[in-house]
Design a binder for this molecule. Structure first.
Ligand SMILES: Nc1nc2c(c(=O)[nH]1)N[C@H]1C(S)=C(S)[C@@H](COP(=O)(O)OP(=O)(O)OC[C@H]3O[C@@H](n4cnc5c(=O)[nH]c(N)nc54)[C@H](O)[C@@H]3O)O[C@H]1N2
Ligand SMILES: Nc1nc2c(c(=O)[nH]1)N[C@H]1C(S)=C(S)[C@@H](COP(=O)(O)OP(=O)(O)OC[C@H]3O[C@@H](n4cnc5c(=O)[nH]c(N)nc54)[C@H](O)[C@@H]3O)O[C@H]1N2
Ligand SMILES: [Mo]
Length: 775
């Protein structure tokens, strides 16, 4: 078993650029997942997690929010799920000497890869104001320090409570309750940087910001349009669903600036043809769109639909759906018919024929799913694009019927559930009223900070305490360098986590690390094993129960940490909440959720009897639209596209195959042909020629923003790659050093992580160590 932590950081010196793949998954994927897992976890732990992952009595995979089927398959996991579990379940722990040997200053030059590979954190750690090292403290001391700081704030709004979608429903519910009982709505979450545009685009249209499809709808669709997503890397089990579409005779069209391997062909390791044959062809057509051109594309398809209806009235639109359930059609129709065809071609980089062909497929299909992820949401006009997707779906009644619908694919495994539980800086009054009725205190009504606003406030010195559950905000946020400088102004930062990341190393004056159990581990409270729940991307609530023995004895669960901290902070503040009761038995948390959140009635008994259940969803279930008028809304949206000055490219930041957000499992990006390194920028060969650059050359990357000094990443290697013309790509989170904090999406304030104007200049020395050089 290979379970020692690397002492040295990685170098990019041995980077190899090979051939990119044209198909995804299959045997190599098993090889890439199972062999390393046995090396790092041992055979017994590997076998146990493989058999219980995503199973009725097992645990929910922490890698993504893709839906679980009805648990009929023996092995319901993918290569990247296994990587995430190996990363968490390693028996490797950080020894005490580590903390004495490594000052924070020395660790600041280390990469996320190195930090994450040091092993699991096993005891609470504290960094004092005058110290450059963490030292171990007892849990009581740790809660005492946190509590002293929080209780001495002038206003509860001087605290920020960040979370990622890694935490489950029960701790999420308690976390928002704690923040609100403390007196603030400062509950930013990773969703602000992720699918915020989805909620903001869908809710005004249909009254709900969640997927309108069920798990088995992919197998019934005539057409699936996959926009802005790389499922083979980020939701590999979704390839089974896309294969179902194809096997049942449906078509699939991929819209992406990159020819991602998994959009093209799939070899399913659980089908005989996947092991030996050529697998299943996925995309029937690939529209290589210019970054940020999607809203124009959708409008152009809608225009063709409307014109086809004019040519053959009564045959193209779903009049019954539009007349019975929708409002706003006439104004929308007028607007779309007036759109400029030439502008569409410029914005999308596509040809008229390509758009005609997509429109023909859409008109021919009686059941269409449009599915999307970050390639749609992290743009200036992401909200507009999603509203436009809803408009297009409505034209042919593709909501609330089998095989059809809007299918945002959420990211973190429980990011959707955390929202349902109240993790949001702007929860509705109806939700806050229910909290007030359940707990007998008046929650604050003033909206709190989202992630961008939080980090701006941190930088202005207005945030004294920043607590984070399960995340890495300083690396995940735009202008990460600014965030690092700003966070030093906080009095105290608190990380509740399993492993080290950048946010543990770049801290406030004082800092705490509160280490917790991972999802694969048994959570015992008073001799009883507890389970928690998550909501997947199609609104199904699944139980999750860890099976492995905890990696160390002193770890608490996320729930315990919140309950103990809340009890200590809120003592004597006139809010009477039974935190101990919640900690002792998680059924009591679920009973409270059942009273506060619609759709969770009889939560505990349903989990016991049905194992999992799907939350109600008006548009999906009965074409009932909980908008202010009770009707679905077609809306007029003005499309905008990014005009780029000469010599500039639009840059997107994306995930390599071997990473989970800011966690880097290895230095490979197999499908794109990169191994042993990360500091590459992918550029179209014709753009390279035009810019006078060549494949393999070292460049410095400058990101421009009006009135601001350029941000720079130096020493990147150019990879000639068939990205759309004018569009480049490099990896997140390193790319966050290039994104100006002002670069946010309209309406939802999401950093525009996939739409950065850059210029490349010949550089000198390539990046050689674990962290790139930024200014
Ligand atoms: N293994 C693994 N799984 C994960 C994650 C992970 O890091 N690793 N992260 C999880 C999380 S939190 C999330 S949110 C999801 C992310 O899942 P994805 O959204 O698939 O993540 P990205 O790697 O950012 O890929 C974005 C895709 O959008 C495309 N794109 C970029 N700009 C545009 C555009 O303007 N138009 C169109 N049509 N396409 C565009 C890119 O080329 C790329 O294929 O995955 C989740 N699952
Ligand atoms: N430039 C750019 N920036 C982006 C994106 C992008 O595409 N480009 N994507 C954005 C998106 S979609 C997202 S979701 C965010 C992600 O931002 P975050 O969610 O903040 O980051 P993660 O890397 O997912 O955080 C992982 C950390 O969670 C902790 N952890 C893991 N498991 C557990 C657990 O069981 N319990 C607890 N308490 N802690 C645990 C570990 O310490 C680990 O290091 O980044 C956003 N930022
Ligand atoms: Mo995400």
């Amino acid at each position: 078993m290979k379970n020692t932590a690397p002492r040295e950081d990685f170098t990019d010196a041995d980077i190899k650029i090979g051939k990119r793949a044209t198909w995804a998954v299959g045997l190599p994927a098993i090889e890439h997942a199972m062999i390393p897992s046995e090396e790092e976890m041992g055979t017994a732990r590997t076998a146990k997690v493989s058999l219980t992952i995503n199973h009725k009595r097992g645990f929910d995979c922490p890698s993504c929010a893709w839906a679980n089927p009805d648990h009929s398959k023996p092995l319901e996991f993918c290569e990247n799920g296994i990587k995430s579990i190996v990363w968490e379940s390693t028996p490797l722990t950080i020894p005490r000497e580590f903390w004495a040997e490594h000052s924070l200053t020395s660790m600041r030059s280390k990469s996320e890869y190195w930090l994450g590979k040091q092993g699991r954190i096993v005891e609470p750690m504290y960094k004092a104001a005058d110290s450059d090292n963490y030292v171990p403290v007892s849990w009581d001391e740790a809660f005492g320090i946190a509590s002293r700081h929080l209780r001495s704030l002038k206003s509860p709004d001087e605290a920020v409570f960040y979370t990622s979608g890694r935490i489950m429903n029960e701790p999420a519910y308690l976390y928002q309750l704690f923040a609100r009982a403390f007196g603030t709505n400062n509950l930013p979450d990773c969703s602000n940087m992720c699918h915020e545009a989805t909620g903001a685009g869908m809710s005004p249209a249909i009254g709900v910001g969640k997927s309108t499809i069920s798990y088995d709808d992919f197998g019934k669709a005539d057409l699936v349009i996959v926009m802005g997503q790389n499922p083979g890397t980020n939701h590999p089990r979704m390839l089974n669903a896309l294969e179902d579409t194809k096997v049942h005779g449906g078509e699939m069209v991929a819209v992406n600036p990159l020819p991602e391997a998994s959009l093209m062909r799939y070899k399913n390791p659980q089908r005989p043809s996947g092991l030996v044959g050529n697998g299943t062809k996925l995309a029937d057509d690939f529209l290589q769109i210019r970054i940020g051109g999607d809203q124009h594309l959708i409008q152009a398809v809608a225009k063709r639909v409307l014109l086809a209806e004019e040519a053959a009235p009564g045959t193209v639109l779903d009049h019954e759906f539009l007349d019975t359930y929708c409002e706003g059609f006439e104004a929308y129709r007028e607007h779309i018919l007036a759109t400029d065809d030439q502008e569409v071609l410029e914005a999308t980089g596509l040809t008229t024929e390509q758009i005609d062909s997509l429109a023909d497929r859409y008109i021919k299909s009686n059941a269409t799913i449009i599915t999307w992820c970050l390639g749609i949401t992290q743009h200036k006009t992401g909200v507009g694009t999603i509203a436009e997707i809803m408009n297009l779906l409505m034209l042919r009644g593709n909501i609330g019927k089998p095989g059809a619908g809007a299918s945002p694919i959420r990211g973190h495994s429980n990011v959707q559930g955390d929202r349902t539980m109240g993790i949001w800086e702007q929860m509705s009054d109806a939700f806050l009223d229910s909290v007030a009725a359940e707990f007998g205190f008046e929650p604050p009504r003033k909206h709190g900070f989202d992630t961008v606003a939080s980090m701006n406030a941190v930088e202005r010195g207005e945030v004294k305490v920043m607590m984070s559950m399960a995340g890495n905000i300083v690396a995940a946020i735009s202008d990460s360098k600014g965030a690092e400088e700003g966070i030093a102004r906080a009095d105290l930062t608190i990380q509740v986590s399993t492993k080290l990341n950048r946010s543990h190393i770049v801290t406030g004056r004082e800092a705490l690390i509160l280490p917790v159990l991972g999802r694969t581990e048994k959570d015992m409270q008073h001799g009883l094993s507890q389970y928690v729940t998550a909501e997947d991307t199609v609104c199904r609530i699944n139980a999750s129960r860890g099976e492995l023995d905890p990696v160390a004895p002193g770890l608490l669960s996320d729930v315990s940490v919140i309950c103990r901290l809340a009890e200590s902070v809120l003592e004597g503040r006139g809010v009477d909440i039974d935190w101990r009761g919640f900690e002792q038995h998680y059924d009591t948390i679920r009973d409270s959720i059942a009273r506060v959140i619609p759709g969770f009635e009889n939560f505990n008994s349903r989990m016991e009897n049905e194992i999992s259940f799907v939350l109600p969803h008006g548009p999906r279930d009965s074409r009932t639209f909980p908008t202010p008028t009770g009707k679905a809304q077609l809306t007029v949206r003005h499309a905008e596209y990014m005009q780029v000055p000469k010599g500039r490219l639009i840059l997107q930041t994306m995930r390599a195959h071997d990473q989970h957000n800011t966690t880097i499992y290895s230095l490979n990006d197999r499908y794109r042909g990169v191994s042993n390194g990360r500091f590459v920028v992918f550029v179209n060969p014709d753009d390279l020629a035009e810019l006078g650059l060549s494949d393999g050359q070292t460049v410095d990357i400058f990101s421009e923003w009006p009135g601001r000094p350029d941000k720079v990443l130096r020493g990147y290697r150019v990879v000639s790659y068939p990205s759309a013309r004018g569009c480049a790509a490099l990896y997140f989170p390193e790319g966050n050093e290039l994104i100006h904090r002002e670069a946010v999406a309209d309406v939802c304030n999401t950093p525009t992580s996939k739409q950065i104007v850059v210029r490349l200049e010949p550089g000198t020395t390539p990046v050689a160590t674990g962290r790139p050089v930024a200014e």
